[in-house]
Write a protein that binds this ligand. Structure first.
Ligand SMILES: NC(=O)c1ccc[n+]([C@@H]2O[C@H](COP(=O)([O-])OP(=O)(O)OC[C@H]3O[C@@H](n4cnc5c(N)ncnc54)[C@H](OP(=O)(O)O)[C@@H]3O)[C@@H](O)[C@H]2O)c1
Length: 251
């Protein structure tokens, strides 16, 4: 039987959970990394006879997370998989407000989870799988906010812009290697998750664009996590995945 391995961060809720559910239904072996365990996800995997490990790992602890992933991958059977994929999906918004008003811990945690962790996990993944025969892919979940500035979102916007640029750089590196990995930093559209609730609930005098996010919800233009996940996974499955290292599901 052809086996597919997918490592996904932030699969405990939101779009990451929906992607994990759909990957389990497709029979992928999964490693899920987030702070909390999702019991229903574990039950779904068991019911379908699919391997699904869930690690309780805080991704602000970037070096520990990357080292643990590298060790775990070194323990896999290199020839067992037809594809090996890392999806850097976990994301966090710091407190919504102008830079000078956001606590340093919030800024630092957001930069770690949204940019540093994806870079270190990608580095560990590429190193650990470099001699695998599997087709290797890295999908970084970006945002439209990495491509256009927004007041009171500086750390999130900067982290997502950094995610796009590091993806472009590593895609160039991998293009020159035998069985080089394909990479894409993909904006998933606007999704009806906790992150949107956080934006709509921001203090009005601290967030000039708050009404835009309220309007998106009222007009019903947010995608459900399941629909957004299906769109993202469809991009991942395309034969030309990675040809454009920075993309948007809406293109
Ligand atoms: N929602 C949108 O409209 C939208 C738009 C554009 C891009 N995105 C991007 O899409 C991705 C998924 O977003 P979402 O809306 O599904 O988010 P969400 O519902 O808020 O879920 C965030 C996920 O990230 C994990 N996470 C957060 N902090 C973490 C930490 N310190 N360590 C480990 N895991 C952590 C959470 O798990 P735990 O809490 O269990 O740790 C959770 O599984 C993110 O990268 C986001 O930036 C979302």
């Amino acid at each position: 039987m052809t086996r597919h391995l997918t490592i996904i961060t932030g699969a405990s809720r939101g779009m990451g959970l929906a992607m994990a559910e759909q990957l389990i239904d497709a029979g992928h072996d999964l490693l899920c990394i987030s702070r909390s365990h999702n019991d229903a996800l574990g039950a779904r995997a068991s019911a379908r006879g699919v391997r699904c490990e869930q690690w309780p790992q805080d991704l602000t602890r970037t070096e520990a997370a990357a080292a643990k992933l590298e060790t775990w991958l070194a323990g896999r059977e290199a020839g067992a998989y037809a594809t090996a994929t890392l999806i850097n999906n976990a994301g966090v918004l710091p407190a919504v407000g102008p830079l000078a008003a956001v606590p340093a811990t919030d800024l630092s945690d957001a930069l770690r989870v949204d940019l540093e962790a994806p870079m270190l996990l990608t580095s560990a993944f590429l190193r650990a799988t470099q001699n695998w025969k599997a087709q290797r892919k890295v999908l970084n979940i970006s945002s439209g906010l990495g491509r256009r500035p927004m007041a009171s979102q500086a750390a999130y916007c900067a982290a997502k812009a950094g995610l796009d640029q590091f993806t472009r750089c590593v895609a160039l590196e991998e293009a020159g290697r035998p069985n080089g990995a394909k990479l894409c930093s993909l904006a998933p559209g606007v999704i009806d998750t906790d992150m949107q609730i956080q934006l709509r609930s921001a203090e009005p005098d601290r967030f000039p664009d708050r009404s835009t996010f309220i309007g998106l919800k009222e007009k019903g233009v947010l995608s459900s996590p399941a629909v957004a996940a299906a769109r993202v996974l469809a991009v991942l499955a395309r034969p030309d995945f990675g040809t454009n290292p920075v993309a948007d599901v809406r293109d």
